[in-house]
Design a protein around this ligand. Structure first.
Ligand code: ADP
Length: 257
């Protein structure tokens, strides 16, 4: 039996060696979960051992996006993450019935986050945490208890989304979590019939906002029917060899710089 102090040192080292990257947004529906899933896969393809935590307690979508809705096992109350496309994953969506409304107050939400974060991640060196939109209990708890190494913020180019993204960036800064950068999602749509590019949410807004805020602009992901279809089918584009996989791989590399 190891001495108590040895166990404590081992746990501390485990925490130190694991890098946690939070993916956040100001608003819902901007593609935060899509980015988190594809980044996790791209990082795994780059040779990292990656864990993906779906902390979007009120709208968990990773089981669907990652194509694994299996209920995880638990050993002595510690949840065992499931495998999905080379990544290990846990989501609150695996623990509650699909379509069930979660009317949870702060302490229950924090306790659910704890169950996910304290799952059996011992062989993972990098954790991607898909946060709920906004700046609430989950963000505060994650920062206070698990100290992410950095945060990536996702926004559409639209002014309203960017104002909310600015708020999310401000929260991480105030809590001393380095903001790794801003990703613009749903930028530019190529018409599948005529190829003309249109900008339903405007264009260039996120890059300009990143400049104003003094944070790196990490890149833009186009609004694409294939991204939406692949996500709904549980086969994120990052698993393939196309242009979109290359795009997520480039974004992933920027996180490791
Ligand atoms: P959030 O996590 O910010 O709420 P999601 O990642 O769940 O957003 O995305 C919301 C919806 O938009 C999903 O149906 C998703 O497939 C779709 N989506 C996300 N990014 C793109 C994109 N670049 N092109 C097309 N559809 C996208």
């Amino acid at each position: 039996m190891p001495e108590v102090d040895q166990v404590r040192i081992a746990l501390t080292e485990e925490k130190v060696h694991r890098t946690i990257i939070a993916v956040g947004s100001g608003k819902g529906g901007v593609g935060k979960s899509t980015l988190a899933a594809n980044l996790a896969i791209a990082l795994a393809r780059a040779g990292r051992t990656v864990g993906l935590v779906d902390a979007d307690i009120y709208g968990p979508s990773q089981p669907r996006i990652m194509g694994n809705e299996q209920r995880p096992d638990a050993v002595e109350k510690q949840i065992i993450p499931v495998d999905a496309h080379g990544v290990k994953m846990l989501s609150i969506g695996q623990l509650v019935e699909a379509g069930t409304a979660l009317a949870w107050r702060g302490p229950m939400v924090t306790s659910a986050l704890g169950q996910l974060m304290d799952g059996e991640w011992s062989d993972r060196d990098l954790m991607i945490v898909d946060l709920p939109p906004g700046t609430g209990d989950i963000q505060m708890s994650l920062v206070q208890k698990w100290r992410p190494a950095g945060a990536v913020i996702v926004s559409t180019p639209q002014d309203l989304a960017l104002i909310d993204a600015t708020r999310a960036i401000d929260l991480f800064r105030k809590m001393n979590v380095p903001v790794i950068g801003l990703v613009e999602n749903m930028a530019g749509y190529a018409c599948p019939h005529c190829g003309e590019i249109s900008d339903p949410f405007g264009s260039g807004g996120a890059e300009a906002a990143a400049g104003t805020l003094g944070i790196p602009f990490l890149g833009r992901i186009p609004l694409s029917l294939s991204i939406r279809e692949a996500s709904d089918a549980g086969t994120p584009p990052a698993i393939g060899d196309g242009e979109e996989a290359a795009l997520f791989s480039t974004l992933a590399t920027k996180l490791l710089d």
